[in-house]
Design a protein around this ligand. Sequence first.
Ligand SMILES: Cc1cc2nc3c(=O)[nH]c(=O)nc-3n(C[C@H](O)[C@H](O)[C@H](O)COP(=O)(O)O)c2cc1C
Length: 198
Amino acid sequence: MEFQDVVRQRYAAKKFDGKSIPQEKMDELIELIRLTPSGLNLQPWKIKIVTDQKTKDELFPVTGEQPSVTSCSHLLVLCANTDFDDLVAKADKSMRDGGVPDEIRRHVIELASAHKEKSLEARLAYARNQVFISLGNALNGAKALGLDACPMTNFQPQEYSRILNIPAHIVPTVLVAVGYAADKPMPKRRLANEDIVF
Ligand SMILES: Cc1cc2nc3c(=O)[nH]c(=O)nc-3n(C[C@H](O)[C@H](O)[C@H](O)COP(=O)(O)O)c2cc1C
């Protein structure tokens, strides 16, 4: 499928048919998300995958009772990772292992380390921005793989952390319900070119 068609045809599915996505397909989707670019390549995200129906049912009331949560095959909880000590250490190792020249590596680590000194609020804001880039890969990636998806921010992050037992430094940011749609797309409604390009 051409990328242009993926972008034109994907839509926020509100209901899924309950069919399970094969594991290999999900592995491919996670791989597309994993390849998302991020500032300084820090990749400050974590993904919790919910497939268990009982857990999805428990999440339903804290997700605005949206049927996509209970009817999807896989619910991806894209989270912001605020543990920059670990992220910077991993970036350093990855650059060493990848043979990145020392001068460049040191410069990147200097820039990245600045995040470690920042407030939790600032680290969270930075990480969340990167998570939303991965959302793009998740949504278009799902369509490219023949799947449907619905992004959701209408949910209660704290309740998600409690129900899914997510540690405090990992913050649920946006959900992606993935599966096979049981609804049809509406015509695309978007602002005109002249409304967005100035
Ligand atoms: C960050 C984000 C959060 C969204 N949250 C929700 C949501 O909680 N529930 C929902 O049904 N749709 C949600 N949507 C879907 C949007 O309403 C939808 O993408 C938009 O209306 C455009 O329609 P389309 O995606 O079908 O082209 C969200 C979309 C984005 C990008």
